[in-house]
Every structure is written in structure tokens, then in C-alpha cells.
Design a protein around this ligand. Structure first.
Ligand code: ASP
Length: 579
């Protein structure tokens, strides 16, 4: 028997017991006559004490132990002289009577403790060592708990978890496909799923009216910070539902997760906002509503007073920083530099300090009375700071949205352990790609237009709204879905609009359109990004901490060194030889 208890288990009540523990040596303190060792496993840390006077052989052996040696000890639980209130096992220690070294260890390249001295690259290269640290173990445990809760909740609601294949054909979700060459069919390729979208729709045709799957998806995108080329979705689909049914079902799931995982009882329905309103009021389609600071359009008040910058802009609007009038010139300059960065790219900020008298950076052009009009329009009060941006409408709002989040961070308004979910609904069906001048599906090509907007599909595609929705949590899109098209004609019109030739549409999605001809029920669904959801519930930004073996920002696995080349023979076999 390797152990009678784990390293997080012993308490005052065990004093006097004879126990056996196995684990890793986290730390040892050698003193004359006595050695203290922190023994670690995934349950915690227990202090061991080796006493020269009592067990000289064991003591001598313990002297040889280095960090991360794997050991087994047997001994007696005693009360600790100096207790450690920060450790659940901190009242006791085990006086070792026998020690077996199960394995030695090289000195690890970084310290394996709560906080480590290792840089991210090094820790990713030795991921198996980093995973020994408590924060990562807690993160993976949280992930497990979330997955279990999802499975329990959905299963109670009659959902079936059904696996769909990984070696498939392109499923367009707006990224490039990862492809896998077929050895048996030289020159032919599988694509890895960007999502199980088409398969889950086929399952609806087959009558599995409530499906879910915790599933890996693969998207070959230009990597942005904290994106993973493979990531996990909680993928769901339901038949015989309208948007309302889907929202209610998954609001229920989200509430259950908040209750079980972070112990927050959310009684009220989640707020809902249309995409258009979100853009107007927050400058972004995934608003963080943990704080206000919403955007106000004052174009009508600000123009035609002789200030060119405002007069020439499509939009003049801003946000109010509560009690911000005391900000120094230097602090405001920093905000100006923030919005002038190329990623945001507006020309500057106009500020108004709501003091008595009211003061602004455009006093030359506007009277105090005019500034007060803005103040009233924006619901600012004495002591507040108004920040304004004038530009083309979309760019100005987007910049204000970014400034709002920046200020939210600066002012500590984004408490990671406060949770503010909301639904964003009525997304546009299509968006124009300026470069190619072509329409793209904003969600994906299987999303249904709102029935009342179908008539506009040919005449004014840009104004057609979709039955599509996102679930947003603390400024992150954690889920997105739609009611689908389940009719062949409409699906082919959609492909046509997206610039597919009849032949291409048929070659890529003929199977789905054909299935629609055999009694496809109305259906819709949603998919949650599990990695992100878990990170947010854990109060963290970095999703890599919640993935056992993630890739770095360049899409590489530094531990196994992938991607890597393959040899000529293998290429040849796959029909990819350079002959
Ligand atoms: N397949 C979609 C996605 O991956 C989700 C959905 O529409 O259900 O974003």
C-alpha cells in the first residue's frame, strides 16, 4: 500500500495515528538534528519531520532528498509546535519512522510552488512540471466540475451526448480548416471540424431533438493573444424550438453553473440587448455590464458651432467618468495616447471637467452654456469628467467602447468575481467584407434570417437581421448560436448570396440540403466556449491555465515540439512527395 491518506487530508483529529503518505518533496529545511519536508500531492501539502535522535537511519536517508523526489513515508501524526493557519493540514506534522525513495528527480528548471519563478515559455516546455502546481491543479479541477455540471444538467433535461466525427469536410465558421491528407486516397484530404455544426443539424433531421457534446474544435486562424488552434465547445442543438426556447434552456444551464461553481444565485432573467443597441450604447457587441459609463451621442448638440473637428465628423459622442474631474492633465494625456494608438486609431479626445466653472479642452469654441448642455444630455454631475470622440460613427463608438473598458480596468470596476451575463440578440445576418466586396455570414451560413426580414434578402441584404444570439459574460462572448435554416430553397438562396456557385454549394453542402428534403424539423442551438467560460468562472483572463496541454501564442506546443516536419517517406506515402 503506497498511502493510507493523501497529503491534504490530515487534521488535528488524526493526532496519534500511524499513517503512510506518498508524494513529491516540495521543500526541505535541514537543521542540526531535524529535517522538515513539505510533501505534496494534488490534494495538498503535509509537513514531515525527520528526527536524528529518534530514527537516525531515516534521518540520514532524508538528507539525500532533493526537490521533486518521489517518496513514501510512514510515521506518526503529531501536533505541530508552530502551527500554520494558511495550510489545511497546518495543525499537524508526521514524524517519519520509515522512508522509501520511490524515484529521484533532477532539479526542476523552476520552483514548483503556488508562485513560481519560471517564465511562461519554460513552464510550457515542462508543462508536466507546471501542472504539479496548485493553481493549475485547481484550474483543471474547476474545469472538471464545470464539465460534470454541464453533463448532469443537460442530461436531466433529456439531452443526449452524441459524438460526431473529427475527420470530415469543411464546416465554415469563418476560419481556415486544418486538413489531414488521406493515405488511402492520395490527393484527397479530410478537414478537421471548425465545429460539429452540420452534423448536429443532421442529428436534428434524424430526430435526436436534444443533443449536446463537449467537443474539440479546430480553427486555423491567425493567432491572436489567448486563442488556441484547438479548443473545446459545449455544443448543443434542439429541434422544435424557437429562439426563446433556446435562450431559456441555456440561461438555465448558465444559472446552474453560476450556482454550483461560484455559488451565485441569479434569480432575475438575464438582460437582453439588441446588437444595434449594444453597438450604440457600448461600442461593442459583447458589453461588459458590470459597470455603466455608457456612450451618449451628442452630435446634434456639438456641431455647427465653428469647431471643424466636430463639424466634419459623422459622430460626436462620449462617456462620463464619475468623479473624474480631478484627473490631472498628465492622466488625461495618457488616455489621449491610449485612443491614438494604431489599434484604436482615432485622432484624440476632447475633455470637459464638470467643475464650477465648467472647463474643457475646447473652451475656445464653446460657451459654458453649451458645455452645460452636453453635461445635461450625458447625465453628468458636478465633479465628473466627460470624454468625447469625434470620427466616423463606427470607429468613434468602437474607440469609446475600448476607452470605456480601459477606464473600467483602471478604476477597478471590473471585479473578476462579479458575474454579469447578458444576451445580445438580433445580429445582422450578413456583413460586407470591404476588401472583397462580398457578403459574409456574420454567424455562419446555416443561420436563419428573421422571417419578417426574408423579403429584404435580395433587395437589401445588409439590413436583414438573423435569429442569432450571443451569451456574453463580463465582456466576453461565452456562447453563440442561432435558429437554423431548415429549408432547401432558403439554404440555397443563402449560399448564392454568399457568392457560392450552385456547383460549389452542391459539392460542399449537398448532403445537408438533401437532408432538408427529407423532413427536417425546425431547429436551433448554441455553442459555448468551454475554455473561456471556465477561465471566467475561475476569475482569470488566461485560458491556457485551464487547458492541460495548451499551445503557445504562436500555435506551438513547446513540450512536444509541434508542429514539426515529417520525413520524405511519410510524405511520399501520403501522396505529398515532391516528385
Ligand atoms: N457552430 C457555432 C459556432 O461554433 C455555434 C452554433 O451556431 O451553435 O460558433
Amino acid at each position: 500500500m503506497y498511502r493510507s491518506h493523501n497529503c491534504g487530508e490530515l487534521r488535528g483529529e488524526h493526532i496519534g495515528n500511524e499513517v503512510t503518505l506518498s508524494g513529491w518533496v516540495q521543500r526541505s529545511r535541514v537543521m542540526s538534528g531535524q529535517i522538515f519536508i513539505d510533501l505534496r500531492d494534488r490534494y495538498g501539502i503535509t509537513q514531515l519531520s525527520f528526527i536524528d535522535n529518534e530514527h537516525p537511519d531515516v534521518f540520514a536517508n532524508a538528507k539525500k532528498l532533493g526537490r521533486e523526489f518521489v517518496v513514501q513515508i510512514t510515521g506518526k501524526v503529531v501536533e505541530r509546535q508552530s502551527k500554520n493557519p494558511n495550510l489545511p493540514t497546518g495543525d499537524v506534522e508526521v514524524v517519519a519512522e520509515a522512508l522509501t525513495i520511490l524515484n529521484s528527480s533532477k532539479t526542476p528548471p523552476f520552483t514548483i510552488e503556488q508562485d513560481t519563478d519560471g517564465g511562461e515559455e519554460l513552464r510550457m516546455t515542462y508543462r508536466y512540471l507546471d501542472l504539479r502546481r496548485a493553481p493549475l491543479q485547481q484550474a483543471l479541477k474547476l474545469r472538471h466540475n464545470v464539465s460534470m455540471e454541464v453533463r448532469n444538467y443537460l442530461s436531466e433535461q433529456d439531452f443526449l451526448e452524441i459524438e460526431t466525427p473529427y475527420l470530415i469536410k469543411s464546416t465554415p465558421e469563418g476560419a481556415r480548416d486544418f486538413v489531414v491528407p488521406s493515405r488511402m486516397h492520395p490527393g484527397h484530404f479530410y478537414a478537421l471540424p471548425q465545429s460539429p455544426q452540420t452534423f448536429k443539424q443532421l442529428l436534428m433531421v434524424s430526430g435526436y431533438d436534444k443533443y449536446f457534446q463537449i467537443v474539440r474544435c479546430f480553427r486555423d486562424e491567425d493567432l491572436r493573444a489567448d486563442r488556441q488552434p484547438e479548443f473545446t465547445q459545449i455544443d448543443c442543438e434542439m429541434a422544435f424550438v424557437e429562439q426563446e426556447d433556446v435562450l431559456n434552456t441555456f440561461e438555465g444551464l448558465t444559472k446552474a453553473l453560476l450556482k454550483k461553481i461560484v455559488n451565485i444565485d441569479m434569480q432575475k432573467p438575464f438582460p437582453r440587448i439588441t446588437y444595434a443597441d449594444a453597438m450604440e450604447t457600448y461600442g461593442i457587441d459583447k458589453p461588459d455590464i458590470r459597470f455603466d459609463m455608457t456612450l451618449t451621442d451628442i452630435t446634434h448638440l456639438a456641431q455647427n458651432k465653428g469647431f471643424q473637428v466636430f463639424d466634419q465628423a459623422e459622430y460626436v459622442g462620449g462617456i462620463v467618468v464619475k468623479d473624474g474631474a480631478s484627473m490631472s492633465r498628465k492622466e488625461i494625456d495618457k488616455l489621449i495616447n491610449f485612443v491614438k494608438r494604431p489599434q484604436i486609431g482615432v485622432k484624440g479626445l476632447v475633455w470637459v471637467k464638470c467643475n464650477d466653472p465648467i472647463k474643457s479642452s475646447v473652451d475656445k469654441f464653446f460657451t459654458a452654456e453649451q458645455l452645460n448642455q452636453w453635461k445635461n444630455e450625458m447625465n453628468a454631475t458636478s465633479g465628473d469628467l466627460i470624454l468625447l470622440i469625434a470620427d466616423e460613427g463606427y470607429r468613434a463608438r468602437k474607440a469609446l467602447g475600448e476607452l470605456r473598458l480601459h477606464l473600467g480596468n483602471m478604476l477597478g470596476l471590473r471585479n473578476p468575481m462579479e458575474f454579469a451575463p447578458l444576451w445580445v440578440v438580433d445580429f445582422p445576418l450578413l456583413e460586407k467584407d470591404d476588401e472583397s466586396d462580398r457578403w459574409h455570414a456574420m454567424h455562419h451560413p446555416f443561420t436563419s434570417p428573421k422571417p419578417e426580414d426574408i423579403a429584404l434578402l435580395k433587395s437589401d441584404p445588409g439590413s436583414v437581421r438573423a435569429n442569432a444570439y450571443d451569451l456574453v459574460l463580463n465582456g466576453n462572448e461565452i456562447g453563440g448560436g442561432s435558429i437554423r435554416i431548415h429549408n432547401r430553397e432558403l439554404q440555397s438562396t443563402m449560399f448564392e448570396l454568399l457568392g457560392f456557385s450552385k456547383e460549389d454549394a452542391e459539392a460542399q453542402f449537398g448532403f445537408l440540403m438533401q437532408a432538408f428534403e427529407y423532413g427536417a424539423p425546425p431547429h436551433g442551438g448554441i455553442a459555448f466556449g468551454l475554455d473561456r467560460l471556465v477561465a471566467i468562472l475561475g476569475g482569470q483572463e488566461n485560458i491556457r491555465n485551464f487547458i492541460a496541454f495548451p499551445k503557445n501564442n504562436a500555435g506551438r506546443d513547446l513540450m512536444i515540439e509541434s508542429p514539426s516536419t515529417i520525413d520524405a517517406e511519410q510524405l511520399e506515402e501520403l501522396g505529398l512527395g515532391l516528385v
